[in-house]
Design a protein. Structure first.
Length: 84
């Protein structure tokens, strides 16, 4: 039964049970999807995939090489000054 504008409508009990079951199944699917989305293993895999994707880009490789060169020069200067 549902009340609408002070009128009571009678619904078929079997149809109501089927609607509840559909709603329950939808809720289970939604919860499963959310669980999958926030699972630490899946979050880690997605993050690693994003990093691999970014690193494989040519402009990132060049920037990474330049950063490594700057760090190497900085370490060399530090060690040279430390010896003096």
């Amino acid at each position: 039964m549902a009340e609408t504008d002070r009128q009571v409508t009678v619904r078929d009990p079997d149809a109501l049970v089927k609607e509840i079951e559909r709603t329950r199944e939808d809720l289970v699917r939604t919860i499963d999807a959310l669980t999958d989305r926030v699972s630490p293993a899946h979050v880690t895999r997605r993050a690693a995939a994003r990093v691999r994707e970014q690193v494989s880009r040519p402009e990132v490789r060049r920037a990474g090489g330049a950063a490594a060169a700057v760090i190497a020069v900085g370490v060399a200067i530090y060690l040279w000054r430390r010896r003096r």
